[in-house]
Design a binder for this molecule. Sequence first.
Ligand code: 4NP
Length: 160
Amino acid sequence: MTDKVRVLFVCLGNICRSPTAQGVFQRAVDQAGLDRLVEVDSCGTGSWHVGKAPDERAIEAARRRGIDIGHLRARQFQPRDLARFDFVLVMDRQNLADVREHWQREGGTEPELFLAYAGMEGPLEVPDPYFGGAQGFERVLDLIESASQGLIASIREQRA
Ligand code: 4NP
């Protein structure tokens, strides 16, 4: 094993889905004993929430599963992230279109839908929970937990 594997999660605001993915996937990395190999970060395509902590509902939902994301702070996606990260994993098709535009111009790591790692069955988008109720945040966690396991398996295979 040589260089680190750098993983970036991208959503719209970087206050609900992608910080949740960062926290959940970091725990999966730690549990898999890969924390010295894998680095995890998250960002949003939008700038409205830059510098803010995650949404209280996302913090609470993650906390109920034993994951602390309260210390994370939102930042905006930058085109140079495509050169820095080995995986650029977006939550929905709008995120994909937005990041792909940069990728088509500047190259680097091609963005992918994160849920492509969740297996053959099921949805490919993590639905935006921002304007919905608490149930949406549970659904986000379920989808992200399952894709995180798939991503760990892919990274292991790649590095085997
Ligand atoms: P996220 O959720 O993309 O999962 O962080 C959202 C947060 C804020 C907004 C939209 C989605 N917003 O419109 O402010």
